[in-house]
Design a binder for this molecule. Structure first.
Ligand code: ADP
Length: 263
């Protein structure tokens, strides 16, 4: 049940009554669950044929199959880009559905923050190079290990770096810093010097499907990345947040628990 209370006051601000609204929302909840299951099934089903399109494209590029002229090669490359995007979207939808249905599984381990940083920077290097964005890493070797799911945390970091590069100017710098935070936490932060985000939108950034209005078509995306990042970090007992100033850039932060010393 959903309930809401409100007080009725007269023109002298004297309480003259109370209204209580009770609404049975079981049906809505069931509909919501059905929708999430539907999204999970569809995105799962789509992954296999899309992956096979990708494999066929790889074969088409193989010279042994036959000659491909420059125009055809360009078309193949366009299809390849779109297929990669499709895979990304279906992957994000699947992750979101897993979180909502409580099926998200985490593989906790004890790992040095440098490992997470290395994987993420390596994965994003190609995109950074294309825009000539330099990623400056500050991660002290003396930092303690974190208690984390390596894959999910790397995914979050790649997502933050990818956004930072996407909304940065060419040839600028993105800083990735890892440091101690409170006694038992490690903080990762990604700072860009790009366009920044208006204050009014900051509280909504981690909502599903939210995209800052007026973003140009170049900045295409599902609006799911940050919502999933929040789910992944909170599932590891961490916190994710943002600071931004329009025109100067943004910093996204997340924390992870440090691993127990013996681990
Ligand atoms: P998307 O897949 O659309 O990028 P995200 O959830 O990752 O979705 O981000 C949500 C929105 O937040 C983006 O559409 C963009 O408007 C804004 N945003 C995220 N990161 C940044 C950033 N570093 N600088 C400016 N805007 C950002």
């Amino acid at each position: 049940f959903y309930s809401r209370e409100s007080l009725s006051v007269n023109n002298k601000d004297k309480v003259i009554g109370k209204v209580i609204i009770l609404k049975n929302v079981t049906e809505y909840q069931q509909l919501d669950e059905a929708k999430t299951n539907f999204i999970a099934t569809i995105s799962h089903e789509l992954k296999t044929p899309i992956s096979s399109i990708k494999m066929s494209l790889k074969l088409l590029e193989d010279e042994r199959i036959g000659d491909v002229n420059a125009e055809q090669r360009q078309l193949i490359s366009n299809i390849d880009d779109d297929t990669r995007r499709l895979l990304l979207i279906t992957g994000e939808l699947l992750d979101m559905a897993q979180v909502e249905t409580g099926k998200l599984q985490l593989n906790f381990g004890s790992t040095h923050p440098q490992n997470i940083v290395d994987y993420a920077v390596k994965a994003i290097k190609f995109i950074a190079d294309q825009k000539q964005v330099e990623i400056k890493v500050k991660c002290d070797e003396s930092l303690p290990k974190v208690h984390a799911d390596l894959d999910k945390t790397t995914w979050v970091l790649i997502n933050l770096l990818s956004n930072a590069i996407k909304y940065s100017h060419e040839k600028s710098v993105v800083e990735l810093t890892v440091k101690k935070h409170k006694n038992d936490e490690i903080e990762f932060s990604v700072t860009d010097h790009g366009k920044g985000i208006e204050e009014q939108y900051l509280p909504r950034l981690f909502e599903r499907y939210f995209k800052v209005p007026n973003a140009t078509s170049e900045q295409s995306g599902t609006g799911l990345g940050l919502a999933i990042a929040k789910d992944f970090i909170e599932a590891q007992a961490g916190k994710i947040s943002v600071d931004s100033e329009i025109g100067s850039g943004s910093t996204f932060y997340f924390t992870l628990k440090r691993a127990i010393a013996a681990a």
